[in-house]
Design a protein around this ligand. Structure first.
Ligand code: FES
Length: 117
């Protein structure tokens, strides 16, 4: 397949039911098709990440939150919610997703899977 014919996946938006949107300082877990997503509200800003630690897959939703840094409860690795990166690293990261608010409705933007070529 040439670069020109490469098909880019369309972004997908997952609508978050209003009653599930976490209030300030709280978090919520979503099952979305094949994955679990964790949504955090830090000082009014929403952050969405995969609820799976890149180390050994533990849930991050129940981790310890300090500012916008989440600490995995399994072995203590810490990730920046904004970028998904492990602190002091630019190679290890948990998938993070943009969060959009349109007319009061919260959406987590998850890209479609890249086609396997
Ligand atoms: S599984 Fe998260 S730090 Fe090990």
């Amino acid at each position: 397949m040439t670069e020109a014919s490469r098909v880019h996946g369309m972004p997908r938006r997952l609508a978050v039911p209003p009653e599930k949107v976490p209030s300030e300082g709280r978090r919520a877990l979503f099952e979305c098709e094949d994955k679990s997503l964790a949504l955090f509200n830090v000082a009014g800003q929403l952050y969405a990440i995969d609820d799976s630690c890149p180390h050994q897959g533990a849930s991050l939703c129940g981790g310890k939150l300090e500012g916008r840094v989440i600490q995995c409860c399994a072995h203590g690795l810490r990730f920046d919610l904004a970028s998904g990166y492990l602190l002091n690293s630019n190679s290890v990261k948990v998938a993070s997703y943009p969060v959009e608010v349109l007319d009061g409705q919260v959406f987590i933007v998850t890209a479609a899977e890249e086609p396997v070529v």
